[in-house]
Design a binder for this molecule. Sequence first.
Ligand SMILES: *Cc1c(COP(=O)(O)O)cnc(C)c1O
Length: 388
Amino acid sequence: MIPLAIPDISGNEGRYLQDCVTTGMVSSVGPFVTCLEKQIGKASGFLTDPQAHAVATSSGTTGLHVALVSVGVRQGDLVIAPSLTFIATANAIAHAGATPWLMDVDATTWTLDPHALVECLNLETDRDSMGVLRRRSCGRRVSGIMPVYTMGHPPDMAALVELAQDYGLPVIADCAAALGALINGAPIAGHGADLSVFSFNGNKTVTSGGGGGVVGSDATLIARLRHLTTTARVGAAYDHDAVGFNYRMTNIQAAVGCAQMERLEDFLAAKKRISAIYAAAFEDLSSTTPFPKASNVESAHWLAGLFLTDPKINPGYVRDALRQQGIDVRPFWKPVHLQLPYAEAPRGPLVVTETIWDRIMPLPCSTALTKEDQDFVINAVRGVLSSA
Ligand SMILES: *Cc1c(COP(=O)(O)O)cnc(C)c1O
């Protein structure tokens, strides 16, 4: 099988891991954790004292969870999120005791649609006598907005943040696969989310085996979040001032992450190149379009592939035919509102989400994908589509 997206761990990973063993620094403090936090902060655009703006966590999901808790999301709340996302977005909201209020994505970027958001907020929420924003039909407090950088492509953060400010809601961006993404040439730090969360899971562009990172411009909020990830311990004795979490990244994970981050620019360039090659190779096929790319952004191009525009083409047929040729093609994220645990979650209209999700077809795009393998995939796709 030509895999969908596997890590390239051919840099300093082994050396840094050996260093963990040699020094005995394997656990949740250690120099690699500090190093990775600095690297995450810098890559997000926090150039002065980057570590004050970044916390490494045990996964993207735990990073999202603690981010929600640290901006005040609590039991019984609603948090607005797109239905088109990996289920971890919704799970983090549920772990915080809240419920996702699922909204549609924009047809041109596949990210949370500001128009859908303004409709729901304008028509379906009220302020109670205490000034708390509530969804009228159920009375639940609305306490945050969680846009998702779909496959590394930034949402319309300017519009979303303006709306969030109008309604006094914090923005926690799920940037899981978006390290390196730019809006108007600037990295994630400048786009107004209170907190932005990355994943370093094995299938992402940069991996630490498993892990995550949270960044934000408010150093006080970041310090609070760091405190919550480390059991909210105060001082050297067993004193804790809140219900904290054990969500810190270990030095072992960070050792891999640091070695990966040294090659971030190369990995991003490879992803971008692979994406451009697919786009050019399928340009003449009227039944497909490439993945979206807004003009003012640089996507992190986590996944590359094609979108099946022709409703007569059965995506399941295409996937099966490609898998038979040894190409790892799988269905893309099944939207959250179609998942059993979220069957009752409130939702707005989801017309775009329902139309597109099953027609999104990521193709093999590991950073180390060879020219030969990509050509093989391209020819196979063209063959299958001509007979589909
Ligand atoms: C990968 C991913 C996550 C989860 O990250 P983990 O590190 O696997 O917990 C969350 N949201 C999105 C959009 C993702 O792609």
